[in-house]
Design a protein around this ligand. Sequence first.
Ligand SMILES: C[S@@+](CC[C@H](N)C(=O)[O-])C[C@H]1O[C@@H](n2cnc3c(N)ncnc32)[C@H](O)[C@@H]1O
Length: 240
Amino acid sequence: MEATFQEIYHRYYSDHEPYDAFLFHAQEELKDLSLEGKEVLEIGCGRGSFSLYMALWGNAKKVLALDESAGFGADETHLRRLEETVRNHSILNVETMKASINTTAFPKERFDVIVANFSLHHVIRSSWFPPENEKAQKELLELCTALKACLRKNGTLVLREMSRMNFWRFMPYRWKMSHIDWEIHPTLKEWLLVLNQAGFKDVSYEFLTPYFLSTWPSFVVRNRLANFFFSSTFYLYGTK
Ligand SMILES: C[S@@+](CC[C@H](N)C(=O)[O-])C[C@H]1O[C@@H](n2cnc3c(N)ncnc32)[C@H](O)[C@@H]1O
């Protein structure tokens, strides 16, 4: 049974995050990046809503939704449910893949766009605090370099990540979002450094707009200070 992205989201994902909030951030993240006719890899797709968004709303030619579906930060049922959704709704431009990006070697220049939302920091296996951990920095650099290799010329890497430098992390236990292991989250500065070292061109970032502040003027809510106090989330971009 074919369905629109909105119908699918309401049916399978709206318990997680309201549709309007999801859509707002998805559009904010992809900005003016057109996916029409493109081949896209999503790393750590989790429940897969973003992959479905890119395929159905963004009209990508093909989205490969990859997740290790095991280990810290993973829920084994998510990829299975995504597979069922893809099958039940005959979504031909989404393919799922249960694999770790660490052990998957894609052919060079295979994708036009690679997206990873809240997942690349999990891929690094060192438990770490980047400035003091050279091994972790090296791992992240190797990963970003490998991702660049499987992008086509002028292809784009898009990441959504949270910095460990934020107000909540220093709060007493019950306020600090204790489910998040802050120490494995590189800061914005560390991400920018590694993307530049990996040889991406036009490396840039944007702060996420907290949805509850989305009616406020952008310059008030999308700056370093607001980011420290509210979401600590940002989008990163690099071009091959
Ligand atoms: C915090 S979740 C984010 C899920 C989803 N992108 C989202 O925004 O809701 C991190 C995801 O990355 C996946 N992951 C972690 N390490 C991975 C690896 N080496 N290869 C592929 N996926 C990985 C986990 O299984 C998990 O689904």
